[in-house]
Design a protein around this ligand. Structure first.
Ligand code: FAD
Ligand code: NDP
Length: 527
């Protein structure tokens, strides 16, 4: 056995630490072991987690791995139209998972038509989606994930309570049992991972007649002609899968599409959607929703540029105007926790202003609202609390994907941010359009297949941001995200041999800079 193995993991870790960090860890371990005995008597649990979504579950499960006694609360308030769901949070029930399944359903519809061009004998006149069957399949999968989650919690000995937790003081949470009995429970550490819910606009008819992403994936009737209000991730993704499934979506844009993302890529994505038949109402806001005698919805709206008022009839109105942190029911004042814009303020270790109360996931102020962010920050927090780790969550350069039919994925800085931070004279942008091989036979439009690398202009040209619109963008960018985190340069990128014929290889062929003014349209796929 090697000396290192003999020393064990914690000792090995200490050997890599600076004397100052060793001091901190010794203090933490000593403090923890000192606290352990009285704590076991003083509090009912070592860790109490509020919220059984991506962040809360990851934190709870990691904590029990390190010997902590953990209790986790999860409770879902029904939506205004009565939709509710089981344990697992937004991602599993009303977010990433049903969205990806509906995205896939819409891509398959496109693929069936392409199959004909590839020689499949498919009678494409009869190909149409069955919304009810799709919803049933999607919900069936979700229910199975809910069940597996509960079994997993039981096996791992995380105590799960299906009830809303409310602060009584900074170590005590109150909740109601199924029998409506009020109970209190105490814990040494509390992690708030309550996530958020969709916002509704403050206009007549919004909550009575509109739905949100919380309802669409289990909607029993066909959505029909749908007005999607909001042009962020949720709005664009929902509009696209609805279009792919044969409905007729209109996206209402208050200011710009995909605010916060690279402008050129966002506008190209919107152009791709228009090409595929999605209607956009720009600089427009809704003013009222009125139910018609036939059950359809009359939406009144205002163009904020021209001040023209108009109205249109839709079957469904879907609000996708952002999400609100779920702090209202928590009675955070009872614990003295500071908030900002309905989110919780934390430091670099996810600690709130009350040192033994933490927050992870969507409820944190100013951090990306993404599942892998919630999961990793929850896990790392549990390791810091119960396994003497000192690793902090790194929120920089988190890759993300908008799941439209040509997906848009990116990691790192947008062109605008790079220019703002470094100055345009210090930035080089490599870019190119490309032609996916598989698009040729069905003659699919390649007009919006585009990618770019934003880099420093000097030296080996450190890559600051990568952007890609095309098939399976998320799969493409995930690997490059690791490279970017490891200090990827344009020199390395162009020295990397591509995998042919893929679309990801286009990153290794980026030879045209925007500054050169050369035409970024390729002549052929293979030279
Ligand atoms: P949540 O998953 O929201 O979990 C919080 C849980 O706590 C909920 O069950 C809530 O009901 C419960 N709760 C609230 N208050 C209390 C209380 N007082 N007591 C007990 N329980 C309480 N992210 C991606 O990375 N990729 C995607 O493709 C993606 N797609 C998305 C699509 C949609 C339509 C939406 C809405 C979101 C999507 N997201 C995606 C975002 C992702 O779902 C969230 O970032 C993630 O779920 C956040 O996890 P969380 O643990 O912070 O909160
Ligand atoms: P976003 O904040 O991304 O977008 C909200 C949109 O609604 C914006 O276009 C905004 O316009 C508009 N809007 C806001 N208020 C109003 C209003 N009163 N009237 C009209 N329009 C309005 O929120 P989403 O709900 O789309 O997504 C929430 C989060 O969920 C995302 O930030 C993301 O982190 C996560 N998510 C991730 C996904 C993924 O990873 N693929 C998919 C879906 C969600 P304006 O720009 O003018 O403010």
């Amino acid at each position: 056995m090697s000396l290192m193995k003999l020393l064990g993991t914690p000792t090995r870790r200490l050997l890599w630490m600076s004397p100052c960090r060793i001091g901190t860890v010794f203090f933490k371990c000593f403090a923890t072991s000192n606290q352990n005995t009285p704590t076991k008597n003083k509090y009912d649990y070592d860790l109490l987690v509020l919220g059984g979504g991506s962040g809360g579950l990851a934190c709870a499960k990691e904590a029990v791995e390190h010997g902590a006694r953990v209790i986790c609360f999860d409770f879902v308030k029904p939506t205004p139209v009565g939709t509710k769901w089981g344990v697992g949070g937004t991602c599993v029930n009303v977010g990433c998972i049903p969205k990806k399944l509906m995205h896939q359903a819409s891509l398959l519809g496109e693929a069936v038509h392409e199959a004909v061009a590839y020689g499949w004998n498919v009678n494409d006149q009869n190909i149409k989606p069955d919304w009810k069957k799709l919803v049933k399949s999607v919900q069936g999968h979700i229910k199975s994930v809910n069940w597996v989650t509960r079994v997993d919690l039981r096996d791992k000995k995380v105590e799960y309570v299906n009830s809303m937790g409310v602060f009584v003081n900074d170590h005590t949470i109150e909740y109601k049992t199924k029998e409506n009995e009020t109970k209190k429970v105490t814990a040494e550490y509390i992690v708030v991972a309550v996530g958020g819910r969709p916002r509704y606009p403050d206009i007549p008819g919004a909550t009575e007649f509109g739905i949100t992403s919380d309802d669409i994936f289990s909607l029993e009737r066909e959505p029909g002609r749908t007005l999607v209000v909001g042009a962020g991730y949720v709005g664009l993704e929902c509009a696209c899968f609805l279009k792919g499934l044969g409905y007729d979506p209109t996206v209402m844009v208050r200011s710009i599409v995909l605010r916060g993302f690279d402008r050129q890529m966002s506008e190209l994505l919107a152009a791709m959607m228009v090409d595929r038949g999605v209607t956009f109402l720009h600089t427009t806001i809704p003013t009222a929703v009125v139910k018609q005698p036939d059950g359809r919805l009359l939406v009144k709206y205002l163009n904020t540029s021209t001040l023209a008022q108009n109205s249109e009839i839709f079957d469904t109105v879907l609000w996708a105007i952002g999400r609100k942190g779920l702090i209202d029911d928590l009675k955070l004042d009872a614990a003295g926790i500071k908030t900002k814009n309905d989110k919780i303020v934390v430091d670099g270790s996810e600690a709130t202003n009350v040192p033994h109360i933490f927050a992870v996931g969507d409820i944190i102020y100013g951090r990306p609202e993404l599942t892998p962010v919630a999961i990793l920050s929850g896990r790392l927090l549990a390791r810091r609390l119960f396994a003497a780790s000192n690793q902090l969550m790194d929120y920089a350069d988190v890759a993300t994907t908008v799941f439209t039919p040509l997906e848009y994925s990116c990691v790192g800085m947008s062109e605008e941010t790079a220019i703002q931070k470094h100055g345009s004279e210090n930035i080089e942008v490599f870019h190119g359009y490309y032609k996916p091989t598989e698009f040729f036979i069905p003659q699919k439009s390649v007009r919006h297949c585009y990618l770019k690398a934003v880099a420093e202009i000097t030296g080996d040209q450190k890559v600051l941001g990568l952007h890609y619109i095309g098939p399976v963008a998320g799969e493409v960018i995930q690997g490059f995200a690791a490279a970017l985190k490891s200090g990827l340069t344009i020199k390395t990128l162009l020295n990397t041999v591509g995998i042919h014929p893929t679309t990801a290889e286009e990153f290794t062929r980026l030879s045209i800079t925007k500054r050169s003014g050369r035409d970024p349209t390729p002549a052929s796929c293979c030279s």
